[in-house]
Design a protein around this ligand. Structure first.
Ligand code: C5P
Length: 231
């Protein structure tokens, strides 16, 4: 049984300092999004990808998809789905657009262009066992809770993990979690938070230290360095 994959890619480039979708910025000669899609499609466990997209990005996204399909000669399908105002809205739209037979879904941020096919494979295997999971790595820094510039707490680092994507879920409970999140007007930055909110367990799968999310121009330089030194 293979997995369906949703890629939220319908954001903007505000923190990148630009006025266009940061996923269209070039990284070693091809758009960030192309790196993400190519890694995901190399995973044998994924045969359908839903790409969340804003209307003004449809054309450049179609071009990227066309190039990938031409180069890889794959029979996998990539569907463009209308993104929402927030990441949470985009994933909600993606869940509604999944084919009816979808049982397992992975969700992976378009901005995490360094995740390896191996990580997709591990998450796709694990989601057959666990109804909710996230790729994550233990936190190395000491984390402080701060209010108005003053530290108010220092949580024990042994229990802190940095959440990444892919995150994987059984489709039915994830849909229920998203619907409840909307009804209660919860605003979250990952899907696992909604799953946790309805009391369902979320399993940790070992993530990758290099699986960073491209957010600032500096991240782009780091990603370039990682890719140049890979393999
Ligand atoms: O802004 P940030 O990088 O945290 O967003 C995480 C992912 O969610 C990105 O890949 C971005 O394109 C996506 N996103 C989305 N729809 C939005 C906002 C963000 O699909 N409305």
């Amino acid at each position: 049984m293979t997995c369906h994959l949703l890629i939220p890619a319908a954001g903007s480039g505000k923190r990148m300092g630009g006025d266009r979708n940061k996923l269209l910025l070039p990284l070693l000669g091809k758009p960030i999004l192309q790196w993400t899609l190519e890694a995901a499609l190399k995973s044998e466990s994924i045969d359908w990808v839903g790409l969340l997209c804003q209307p003004h990005d449809r054309e450049p996204f179609k071009q990227i998809i066309g190039q990938i399909l031409e180069q890889s000669n794959t029979s996998k399908s990539i569907a463009l789905i209308q993104g929402g105002e927030t990441r949470q809205d985009s994933v909600y739209n993606g869940l509604q657009a999944l084919p009816d037979h979808a049982i397992y879904v992975l969700i992976h941020d378009g901005a995490r262009c360094l995740a390896t096919p191996d990580l997709f494979d591990r998450c796709a295997e694990a989601v057959k066992i666990y109804s909710g999971l996230i790729a994550a790595v233990p936190v190395k820094d000491t984390i402080k809770i701060v209010e108005n510039g003053i530290v108010i707490d220092t949580p024990n680092r042994d229990r802190l993990w940095a959440a990444q994507t892919p995150q994987g879920f059984h489709v039915a409970p994830l849909k229920a979690a998203h619907i409840k999140g909307r009804t209660q007007q919860l605003s979250v930055t990952d899907d696992a938070a909604l799953f946790e909110h309805i009391g369902l367990p979320v399993q940790i799968v070992d993530g990758e230290e290099t699986n960073l999310k491209i957010t600032t121009p500096q991240d782009l330089s780091i990603a370039e360095f990682i890719l140049q030194n890979r393999y």
